[in-house]
Design a protein around this ligand. Structure first.
Ligand code: PEP
Ligand code: MN
Length: 338
């Protein structure tokens, strides 16, 4: 249930509602909208009538059920867009945010060269995996903590915030120490203990869609993070598995407007994993921006032919630079800046 406070409600009024909600055995969460504050009462639905009765308090405007299975990330609870702030880079606002970098961190020179090139082209966040979820245990698994150290060093040198993946609840504290945004990869989207762990952190989470998760299941995963207290979640569409084999995955761009309607959380698109071949990354990047995405995550490698992972889908810095130029007109056409 959500308890919508009167516009004039004071802090004392809100505290009063919060303690009543707790008293009924629900977990309260105060959400501040532009005009009104609401108190979300999270629980199993028992004593719903007592929550409903709070409507008679003079500082409460209304008490309403939340119909969607996900609550905190639903537009029902917060109609204005959430803007996630990553060290001053705002995701979910008017500016299209581009995250770029190699699939894996392979060394300091590789990351530094790529980082400074993508920054020059207009990317504002640097990506790179230090822990890699590989289909084969014999494939490169990532540089682990050495990779995290390189990410931090290059971030400090370039001034670009970084995003990197955590795969395991045991490594959350370590990854947290080095990164600015924590990525939960497609294969871990329903690793609920990992989601709960990152939900306790005070750094933004980039939550990728799973290979076969529905939009509703994906939003339920976001809900796991929000329900632990972390409201800074960025969703990332990266393609789903279908019968089509010409592309690595099928990039579900219809997820962008659907997600925009269902949730206040920002959504970005990763066309690199979506299509799996660099030749098609540009077209799908443009389509994603036209569909209303808040940003893009694009794999860029200075020498894709030598990449330890995902070389075939990585753009060379020059091609990335050209694409960034082309994206301008599309971003402007949908009311965004780049
Ligand atoms: C990645 O971003 O490098 C990655 C492994 O992505 P996904 O989890 O979407 O496959
Ligand atoms: Mn990759």
């Amino acid at each position: 249930m959500i308890i919508v406070m009167q516009e004039k409600a004071t802090k004392k009024d809100i505290d009063d509602v919060v303690s009543r909600v707790e008293g009924f055995g629900y977990q309260p969460m105060v959400l501040e909208g532009a005009l009104r504050k609401v108190v979300a009462a999270m629980g199993d639905g028992r004593d719903k009538a007592r929550l409903q009765a709070l409507e008679s308090l003079h500082h409460v405007e209304s008490v309403m059920p939340i119909l969607k299975p996900y609550k905190l990330c639903s537009r029902e609870i917060k109609c204005e867009n959430t803007v996630v702030d990553v060290k001053g880079v705002k995701i979910g606002g008017n500016k299209l945010v581009v995250i770029a970098g190699p699939c894996s961190v392979e060394g300091e020179e590789q990351l530094a060269m790529t980082g400074s090139a993508v920054k020059k082209s207009g990317a504002s966040i640097l990506r790179g995996g230090a822990y890699k979820p590989r289909t084969s245990p014999y494939s490169f698994q990532g540089m682990e903590e050495d990779g995290l150290k390189i990410l931090r060093t290059v971030s400090d040198k370039t001034g670009m915030p970084i995003v990197t993946e955590v795969m395991n609840p045991r490594e959350v504290d370590l990854v947290y120490k080095y990164t600015d945004v924590i990525q939960i990869g497609a294969r871990n989207v329903q690793n609920f203990s990992l989601l709960k762990e990152v939900g306790k952190l005070d750094k933004p989470i980039l939550l990728k869609r799973g290979l076969s998760t529905t939009i509703e299941e994906w939003l339920m995963s976001a809900e796991y993070i929000l329900s632990e207290g972390n409201q800074n979640v960025i969703l990332c569409e990266r393609g789903i598995r279908t019968f089509e084999k010409a592309t690595r995955n099928t990039l579900d761009l219809s997820a962008v407007p659907v997600v925009k309607e269902l949730t206040h959380l920002p959504i970005i698109v990763d066309p690199s994993h979506g299509v799996g071949y660099w030749q098609w990354v540009g077209s799908m990047s443009k389509a994603a921006v036209a569909a209303g995405a808040d940003g893009l995550m694009i794999e860029v490698h200075w020498k894709p032919e030598e990449a330890f992972s995902d070389g075939p889908q990585s753009l060379k810095p020059k091609k990335f630079d050209i694409l960034m130029g082309e994206l301008k007109a599309i971003a402007n056409a949908v009311g965004k800046e780049i």
